[in-house]
Design a protein around this ligand. Sequence first.
Ligand code: ZN
Ligand code: ZN
Length: 343
Amino acid sequence: MPIEYEMRDGALLWIKSPITGVISYVVDVRGKSFAFTLGGREELNPEAPLPDPKALDHAMRTCPFCPGNESLAPPELMRVTPAEFPRWHGRGLCEGAGWVIRVFNNRFPRIPESLTGGRNESYIVVEDPRHFSDHPRSINDLMCTAALGEEHFYQLLLTDVRLIRRVLENPAVRSVVIRKNQGRESGASQPHPHQQVIGAPQLLPAIEAERRAERENPGLWEQLLEIVDRAGLMIEQRDGVISYASPIGAFPRSYDVIMPAFRGSLTELDGDELRRFARAIFRLVHILGPLPLDYEIHQGPGVPLHAHVNGRLYPYSNVAGTLNLPSQLVHNVAALRKALARN
Ligand SMILES: [Zn+2]
Ligand SMILES: [Zn+2]
């Protein structure tokens, strides 16, 4: 069955996700106030007084992901050292850090270890030793992935690949996902920038739903890309990697990065391909900057390798299986394309 949607005068009116069944309606929300939802973000206020250095210091001293506090976290499994990553931007800014990226088990496994052969297959990948941005304007002005730079993000995915290889050595693991939450609004429980890698005993339900949808709608991804293109939501297409604003994402501001011709795991990409995939994700994350976001990298047999990047500043507004897409999305995408062309 083809994807159900309607366009009028070249503009998307509604579309039903063949994966979740959610219907996205394109609506004009320009007059709607988000002041209540977005209140309390003092780090965005240039007039706010500078934070107390003692409060910043206290946050770092008690953070289990900060350098010096390694003993507060579970035992380390992997690290990338400054010597292994000579182009690290944090050099000289972070005194005494013996690592740039660090991996250990998540103290709170997403999936009970009794289901993955008695091994905890949930991991934390700390992205950088820096807790706060270079000149924090508040206790919430945290280091963010966008500030790491493109090369660092590639190093991060390389570390994920090393970790995933290790996870897949466990015969009880059938599926691995990479997940990132940035900012309180996205549900991050630790302020220090980190990713999660999770190994699961069965194909993760989100990916299974995508596989099922494609079985029922052969050519699903090609069709979606064609609709996206016609609706003006395409962002970048180069070297086999495509990014677009998704009209069937989980949130009103959702972006996908996809390698339509590659159906496999991150671990099967060659260095150049991994670099191109990482670059396309980073370019979106870089534009979103310190805003709350999440991303998830979906891989598995039978689905093209892809990432979902969700901007989380605007409230989640799925109501009874309906979602509203702002009608300005097409203009935002045009602005995004321009901003990316400048980079
Ligand atoms: Zn920290
Ligand atoms: Zn997916």
